[in-house]
Design a protein around this ligand. Structure first.
Ligand code: 13P
Length: 250
Protein backbone atom coordinates (compact mmCIF):
# COMPACT_ATOMS: atom_id res chain seq x y z
CA UNK A 1 0.00 0.00 0.00
CA UNK A 2 1.36 3.37 -1.00
CA UNK A 3 0.81 6.20 1.44
CA UNK A 4 -0.55 9.45 0.00
CA UNK A 5 1.93 12.32 -0.16
CA UNK A 6 0.67 15.90 -0.41
CA UNK A 7 3.31 18.50 -1.16
CA UNK A 8 2.94 22.26 -1.45
CA UNK A 9 5.17 24.04 -3.95
CA UNK A 10 5.08 27.64 -2.80
CA UNK A 11 6.99 28.81 -5.90
CA UNK A 12 8.16 32.43 -5.60
CA UNK A 13 5.68 33.33 -2.86
CA UNK A 14 5.94 34.28 0.82
CA UNK A 15 8.61 36.34 2.54
CA UNK A 16 9.58 35.47 6.12
CA UNK A 17 6.39 36.95 7.55
CA UNK A 18 4.24 35.03 5.12
CA UNK A 19 6.19 31.87 5.91
CA UNK A 20 5.63 32.19 9.65
CA UNK A 21 1.92 32.82 9.13
CA UNK A 22 1.30 29.99 6.69
CA UNK A 23 3.32 27.37 8.57
CA UNK A 24 1.72 28.34 11.88
CA UNK A 25 -1.73 27.84 10.36
CA UNK A 26 -0.78 24.52 8.76
CA UNK A 27 0.63 23.20 12.03
CA UNK A 28 -2.79 23.62 13.64
CA UNK A 29 -4.32 21.33 11.04
CA UNK A 30 -1.71 18.57 10.72
CA UNK A 31 -1.46 16.11 13.60
CA UNK A 32 -1.16 12.40 14.35
CA UNK A 33 -4.66 11.88 12.90
CA UNK A 34 -3.41 13.07 9.51
CA UNK A 35 -3.01 10.05 7.27
CA UNK A 36 -1.10 11.65 4.41
CA UNK A 37 2.55 12.65 4.45
CA UNK A 38 2.62 16.44 4.22
CA UNK A 39 5.51 18.39 2.70
CA UNK A 40 5.98 22.13 2.19
CA UNK A 41 8.52 23.61 -0.21
CA UNK A 42 9.06 27.28 0.61
CA UNK A 43 11.56 29.53 -1.19
CA UNK A 44 15.25 29.27 -0.21
CA UNK A 45 15.11 32.36 2.02
CA UNK A 46 12.44 30.75 4.21
CA UNK A 47 13.99 27.31 4.63
CA UNK A 48 15.85 28.01 7.85
CA UNK A 49 12.71 29.53 9.36
CA UNK A 50 10.73 26.51 8.20
CA UNK A 51 13.24 24.27 9.94
CA UNK A 52 12.78 26.11 13.22
CA UNK A 53 8.98 26.23 12.96
CA UNK A 54 8.63 22.58 11.95
CA UNK A 55 10.99 21.12 14.55
CA UNK A 56 8.21 19.41 16.53
CA UNK A 57 5.79 18.97 13.67
CA UNK A 58 4.83 16.08 11.39
CA UNK A 59 5.07 18.42 8.41
CA UNK A 60 8.18 17.80 6.36
CA UNK A 61 9.88 20.33 4.14
CA UNK A 62 12.05 20.68 1.11
CA UNK A 63 13.44 23.10 -1.47
CA UNK A 64 12.16 23.91 -4.95
CA UNK A 65 15.44 23.57 -6.81
CA UNK A 66 19.16 23.00 -6.34
CA UNK A 67 22.36 23.07 -8.41
CA UNK A 68 24.30 19.89 -9.16
CA UNK A 69 27.74 21.13 -8.11
CA UNK A 70 29.02 21.04 -4.56
CA UNK A 71 30.44 24.57 -4.38
CA UNK A 72 32.31 27.12 -6.45
CA UNK A 73 31.79 29.93 -8.93
CA UNK A 74 28.09 29.44 -9.67
CA UNK A 75 26.63 32.84 -8.87
CA UNK A 76 23.09 32.67 -7.59
CA UNK A 77 22.96 28.90 -7.17
CA UNK A 78 22.34 26.76 -4.07
CA UNK A 79 24.16 23.49 -3.39
CA UNK A 80 22.79 20.23 -1.97
CA UNK A 81 24.86 20.53 1.21
CA UNK A 82 23.48 24.03 1.76
CA UNK A 83 20.00 22.53 1.65
CA UNK A 84 21.04 19.77 4.04
CA UNK A 85 22.49 22.33 6.43
CA UNK A 86 19.04 23.88 6.91
CA UNK A 87 17.40 20.51 7.37
CA UNK A 88 15.78 19.95 3.98
CA UNK A 89 14.55 16.42 3.40
CA UNK A 90 13.14 16.87 -0.12
CA UNK A 91 13.96 18.83 -3.25
CA UNK A 92 11.71 19.46 -6.25
CA UNK A 93 13.66 18.87 -9.47
CA UNK A 94 12.71 19.31 -13.10
CA UNK A 95 9.64 21.45 -12.52
CA UNK A 96 8.20 22.63 -15.83
CA UNK A 97 8.86 26.25 -14.85
CA UNK A 98 12.55 25.34 -14.44
CA UNK A 99 12.49 23.55 -17.79
CA UNK A 100 10.72 26.27 -19.77
CA UNK A 101 11.69 29.57 -18.10
CA UNK A 102 15.21 28.61 -17.03
CA UNK A 103 16.12 26.24 -19.84
CA UNK A 104 16.78 23.11 -17.78
CA UNK A 105 17.28 20.08 -20.00
CA UNK A 106 16.68 16.40 -19.26
CA UNK A 107 20.47 16.03 -18.89
CA UNK A 108 20.74 18.82 -16.31
CA UNK A 109 17.82 17.36 -14.38
CA UNK A 110 19.45 13.92 -14.43
CA UNK A 111 22.63 15.43 -12.93
CA UNK A 112 20.56 17.16 -10.27
CA UNK A 113 18.73 13.95 -9.35
CA UNK A 114 22.06 12.12 -9.04
CA UNK A 115 23.54 14.85 -6.84
CA UNK A 116 20.44 15.09 -4.65
CA UNK A 117 20.50 11.34 -4.01
CA UNK A 118 24.21 11.41 -3.24
CA UNK A 119 23.43 13.96 -0.52
CA UNK A 120 20.45 12.08 0.86
CA UNK A 121 17.92 14.57 -0.42
CA UNK A 122 14.70 12.97 -1.63
CA UNK A 123 13.91 14.13 -5.16
CA UNK A 124 10.40 15.10 -6.21
CA UNK A 125 11.03 14.64 -9.92
CA UNK A 126 8.56 16.52 -12.13
CA UNK A 127 7.57 15.57 -15.65
CA UNK A 128 4.72 16.45 -17.97
CA UNK A 129 3.75 17.46 -21.49
CA UNK A 130 2.82 20.88 -22.85
CA UNK A 131 -0.55 21.61 -24.43
CA UNK A 132 1.03 21.51 -27.88
CA UNK A 133 2.51 18.09 -27.16
CA UNK A 134 -0.82 16.77 -25.87
CA UNK A 135 -2.62 18.05 -28.94
CA UNK A 136 -0.04 16.42 -31.18
CA UNK A 137 -0.77 13.13 -29.41
CA UNK A 138 2.76 12.70 -28.05
CA UNK A 139 2.04 12.87 -24.30
CA UNK A 140 3.33 9.35 -23.59
CA UNK A 141 6.38 9.87 -25.77
CA UNK A 142 7.32 13.09 -23.97
CA UNK A 143 6.79 11.61 -20.50
CA UNK A 144 8.77 8.53 -21.47
CA UNK A 145 11.69 10.65 -22.67
CA UNK A 146 11.67 12.72 -19.48
CA UNK A 147 11.57 9.63 -17.24
CA UNK A 148 14.22 7.71 -19.22
CA UNK A 149 16.69 10.61 -19.25
CA UNK A 150 15.89 11.69 -15.72
CA UNK A 151 16.60 8.28 -14.24
CA UNK A 152 19.51 7.36 -16.48
CA UNK A 153 22.45 5.77 -14.68
CA UNK A 154 20.57 5.40 -11.40
CA UNK A 155 19.81 2.12 -9.67
CA UNK A 156 16.67 0.98 -7.94
CA UNK A 157 18.37 1.29 -4.55
CA UNK A 158 19.52 4.83 -5.29
CA UNK A 159 16.04 5.85 -6.41
CA UNK A 160 14.23 4.33 -3.45
CA UNK A 161 13.33 7.74 -1.93
CA UNK A 162 12.29 9.39 -5.18
CA UNK A 163 8.78 10.66 -5.84
CA UNK A 164 7.61 11.36 -9.39
CA UNK A 165 5.19 14.22 -9.95
CA UNK A 166 3.19 14.17 -13.18
CA UNK A 167 2.29 17.76 -13.96
CA UNK A 168 0.75 18.40 -17.37
CA UNK A 169 2.09 21.87 -18.18
CA UNK A 170 -1.26 23.00 -19.59
CA UNK A 171 -2.90 22.35 -16.22
CA UNK A 172 -0.41 24.34 -14.14
CA UNK A 173 -1.79 27.60 -12.81
CA UNK A 174 -4.46 27.63 -15.50
CA UNK A 175 -7.39 26.36 -13.47
CA UNK A 176 -7.65 23.58 -16.09
CA UNK A 177 -7.22 20.27 -14.29
CA UNK A 178 -6.61 17.06 -16.16
CA UNK A 179 -9.70 14.89 -15.90
CA UNK A 180 -9.43 11.95 -13.51
CA UNK A 181 -9.18 9.67 -16.54
CA UNK A 182 -6.49 11.74 -18.29
CA UNK A 183 -4.38 11.85 -15.11
CA UNK A 184 -4.89 8.18 -14.23
CA UNK A 185 -3.98 7.12 -17.78
CA UNK A 186 -0.60 8.87 -17.67
CA UNK A 187 0.11 7.74 -14.09
CA UNK A 188 -0.50 4.13 -15.08
CA UNK A 189 1.74 4.61 -18.10
CA UNK A 190 4.55 6.03 -15.93
CA UNK A 191 4.26 3.15 -13.47
CA UNK A 192 4.46 0.60 -16.29
CA UNK A 193 7.45 2.36 -17.78
CA UNK A 194 9.26 2.44 -14.44
CA UNK A 195 8.51 -1.27 -13.99
CA UNK A 196 10.19 -1.88 -17.34
CA UNK A 197 13.18 0.34 -16.56
CA UNK A 198 13.70 -0.84 -12.98
CA UNK A 199 11.39 -3.53 -11.61
CA UNK A 200 7.75 -4.32 -10.98
CA UNK A 201 8.31 -4.23 -7.23
CA UNK A 202 9.96 -0.81 -7.40
CA UNK A 203 7.14 0.53 -9.58
CA UNK A 204 4.47 -0.75 -7.20
CA UNK A 205 6.07 1.12 -4.32
CA UNK A 206 6.77 4.32 -6.26
CA UNK A 207 4.75 7.38 -5.20
CA UNK A 208 3.44 9.24 -8.26
CA UNK A 209 1.86 12.60 -7.48
CA UNK A 210 -0.45 14.58 -9.75
CA UNK A 211 0.03 18.33 -10.07
CA UNK A 212 -1.85 20.99 -12.00
CA UNK A 213 -4.68 23.07 -10.55
CA UNK A 214 -5.34 20.67 -7.69
CA UNK A 215 -7.85 22.27 -5.33
CA UNK A 216 -10.19 21.16 -2.56
CA UNK A 217 -13.00 20.67 -5.10
CA UNK A 218 -11.16 18.16 -7.29
CA UNK A 219 -8.64 16.60 -4.90
CA UNK A 220 -10.77 13.77 -3.60
CA UNK A 221 -11.63 12.30 -6.99
CA UNK A 222 -8.12 12.68 -8.37
CA UNK A 223 -6.64 11.05 -5.27
CA UNK A 224 -9.09 8.17 -5.54
CA UNK A 225 -7.56 7.04 -8.85
CA UNK A 226 -5.59 3.83 -8.41
CA UNK A 227 -2.27 5.21 -9.64
CA UNK A 228 -2.48 8.71 -8.15
CA UNK A 229 -0.63 8.63 -4.85
CA UNK A 230 -0.69 12.26 -3.91
CA UNK A 231 -0.60 15.81 -5.14
CA UNK A 232 1.94 18.52 -5.83
CA UNK A 233 -0.05 21.66 -5.20
CA UNK A 234 0.79 25.18 -6.35
CA UNK A 235 -1.78 27.96 -5.99
CA UNK A 236 -4.02 26.14 -3.52
CA UNK A 237 -1.16 25.51 -1.07
CA UNK A 238 -0.69 29.22 -0.38
CA UNK A 239 -3.80 29.38 1.80
CA UNK A 240 -3.77 27.12 4.84
CA UNK A 241 -7.47 26.50 4.56
CA UNK A 242 -7.41 25.11 1.02
CA UNK A 243 -4.17 23.15 1.51
CA UNK A 244 -5.58 21.53 4.65
CA UNK A 245 -8.74 20.58 2.77
CA UNK A 246 -6.62 18.82 0.14
CA UNK A 247 -4.70 17.03 2.92
CA UNK A 248 -8.03 15.95 4.41
CA UNK A 249 -9.19 14.66 1.03
CA UNK A 250 -6.13 12.39 1.00
P1 13P B 1 -0.97 24.92 -9.59
O1 13P B 1 -1.52 24.04 -8.50
O2 13P B 1 -0.97 26.38 -9.23
O3 13P B 1 -1.57 24.63 -10.91
O4 13P B 1 0.59 24.55 -9.72
C1 13P B 1 0.96 23.22 -9.82
C2 13P B 1 2.43 23.13 -9.72
O5 13P B 1 3.16 23.58 -10.58
C3 13P B 1 3.01 22.48 -8.53
O6 13P B 1 4.36 22.24 -8.70
Amino acid sequence: MRNKVIAGNWKMNNDLNGTVNLISELKKGVNDQTKATVIVCPPFTSLETAQTLLKDSLIKFGAQNMYFEESGAFTGEISPSMLKSVGCEYVILGHSERRTIFGETDQIINKKIKTAIKHNLKPIFCIGETLEEREKGITFEVCERQVRFGLEGLTEAELSTMIIAYEPVWAIGTGKTATNEQAQEVHAFIRKLVAKLLSENFAQNLVIQYGGSVKPENAKELLAQPDIDGALVGGACLKADSFLKIIDAA
